[in-house]
Design a protein around this ligand. Sequence first.
Ligand code: GLN
Length: 536
Amino acid sequence: MHFVFITGGVASSLGKGIASASLATLLKSRKFKVRIRKLDPYLNVDPGTMSPYQHGEVYVTDDGAETDLDLGHYERFTNQSAKKSDSISSGKIYSNVLNKERKGEYLGATIQVIPHVTNEIKNFMNSDLNNEDIIIYEIGGTVGDIESLPFLEAIRQIRNDKNISSALIHMTYIPYLSSAGELKTKPTQHSVKELLNAGIQPDIIMCRSERAIDKDSISKISLFCNVKKDSVIPALNAKSIYEVPSLYSKYKLDETLLKHLNYNPRKYPLNLKPWNKLILKINSLKKVVNIGVVGKYTNLKDSYKSLNEALIHGGIENSSKVEIKWINAEKINKKNVKDKLYNCDGVLVPGGFGVRGIGGKIEAIRYARKNNLPYFGICLGMQLAVIEIARNVLRIKNANSSEFNSKSKSVVGLMTEWVKNNTIIKRNINSDKGGTMRLGSYKAKLKKNSKVFSIYKKNIISERHRHRYEVNEKFISKFNKKGYIFSGMSPDGILPEVLESNNHPWFIGVQFHPELKSRPLTPHPLFVSFIKSCLK
Ligand code: GLN
């Protein structure tokens, strides 16, 4: 078993997540058993309560962990499901240490960053391993941040551990100064010094850059940073993120790493056929389809990362480039909705929390429903479709969700008890905001002869959830009478999971998040079908 650590220097947002995922893809394509795990330096216990504005989307795993969006990249690239135990934050580590201290597990010792916090980090790195050949640990943040120091110290210690062979890849940024007409390596030199301060010598330096990196710069980095020339690997921009693995392999990232780990790369030939086929498809998309995504966090695209990717996957499968028009729900009203959705071939309302922008989203749904424009509602987008239909078709004037108005007619409300793994889980209006949601994979049963059944082509599906509120089953028959069918239900028949319209070419709302399971090599059927209908 080998550990590979990936740290970042010079700047944040270098795409370390995609780099880690791409490296894993290359190793997996050489038939290694690989796993990627993420360590984040922030002090939140998990990203569940962090604003998508600041941190991007919260990614949810099958086993119900609310994690960093990088785990989404890992899954999409490696085609392997991540687990709760694949991500941890400093907050969680400190909270573990403090819990142990309260329980008296440290036998009266003074609790310190070294060794108690660093041991906890090492425990995480060594825990829940399943005979993988290579485990990649991506360290969030930038080297030099105060928060990341304990991680670097833990890495330094673990690399001295006798039975663990490891390599460290440091990803930096090489800026281009137009006034000098040169790429500049000094920031990289400084960030490697930061690593050296922590007692760590990188084995490989990956250089993100917008321009091709010349030989002189490579030599300089090699000389000043004390790594071999062939271990300085350019990491240039790719047209599509899915081209990154093959781009990195051209610069021999995988080969170089394997040599560091004492493998003979020739014995593990690289097979990138499925990825090359995908890239060919991406580079020959013939049609364009415009999708209006009506949401709240439309300024930061990372807030809807998986959704963005799932739409692209659905497009590729239909030989189409998906142009996403991000529409701020707060700017939509009855009067301008037509203009706002002008040119959109389909409308999607994604998941979300809180009352802001609800009115605009409901208007967009009404417009799509009345004008036979394909509509895809995800989680909140399904709940709002239910509210819209209840108000405008069933004529329940004050229909609402108790999330937005507790005194209204709750067609969507809190499910105060539900069952997971045979235990009853309870929540009420005063429950903590963190960790009280229906989270992770749950099964749903699809009605034969329904549209979703024809899309999934199976009876039982399993999809990931992240929500507190549920559609109130008491209203089901009223919806049925008007041609709005709950064609997917939880296996016990209590929780509505899918809503579809019999009077519309493509009007589907789902209580779960299908975007979390879409992968470029296996696009999600709902997205494929949605895009197909938008093209009509
Ligand atoms: N706010 C809604 C709920 O908690 C929807 C959540 C979501 O869209 N993920 O049920």
